[in-house]
Write a protein of this length. Sequence first.
Length: 366
Amino acid sequence: MDTSDSRITFDDNGVCDHCNDFYSNVQPNWHTDERGKQQLAAVIANIKKDGKSRDFDCILGISGGVDSSYMLHLAVKEFGLRPLVFHVDGGWNSELAVHNINVLIDKLGLDLYTEVINWEEMRDFQLAFFKSGVPHIDIPQDHAFIATLYNFADKYNIKFILNGGNISTECVRNPMEWLYYGTDMIQIHDIMRRFSTVKMKTYPFSSILRHKFYLRYVRGVKVIRPLNFRPYIKADAMKLLEREYGWKPYSQKHFESRFTRFYEGYWLPERFGFDTRRVQYSSLILTGQMTRDEALEKLSKPAYDPETIQYEFNYIATKLGITSEELKGYFDMPKKFYWDYRNQESLFNLGAKILKSIGAERSIKR
């Protein structure tokens, strides 16, 4: 991490606050030894007990990326669970993502439930974020994934959601300046009010209060992250998936989506100077999966392919129903950030502090 994170601070030894947060708050409370194994066994037993009379004992969202794919493998092969495998199609699946989902589903003998987001609503929602000038233009896609999964679990009374999120590859958080909260409904409504042209009749929404508090504490829907209770080495997981299923790797985390590949690989670093690889590689360095020299070598080259970026740029514009010139206009427009629109930052900060105080969260996004 460097000063492209404008709020970064360094101690007298030149160690940044992201690293110090990991060493002080995350690592001491992260147990992947026998203690974690016992905790995970108790959670799995509870899931099986609750789901005894149900067709499925949990729900698992899959994107085709390594974390969710490996999570599905573990759920079925090692934990003996019966997950409802759930995929949200936001209109940007890569061919690789479709391949990876299909090979896992076929070999594990599972059914796949796919929810397709209304494309005209998604397209207009994404264009509204482009027009707003903010960095976090992936919110329309991310919000749909989260909200659809929670809404489905609530509707069918599924009490456990398995999530591939993990400390091992995600212990350093993206600064809010780079990627703001995707469930701030005040901000979403403000941007939509200013820039949307289509009424959102079917798009799924879920506020932070609904899925963090109402669903968790009133409806009893629990999000379980099993990868945090056991050793998780990303490279080893990828090798297993390739060997056992014919799964194919991506060039970078989150690149299973064509839009996210363009957004994180090109739009963020070139328009704002925010390279999310810094966050991803910092996490791998802290957890012993990459050296700093290896990370710097990778960062010396752009995340996108300079020879094909114009094709990708034109593809994104065409898919969104605009000209490449209009998309270039959004790229060149004055930069805006989450604080330029109405938001609930104070509420999120309060909630994060409460969750940290009760041990539900260890690292606070800032």
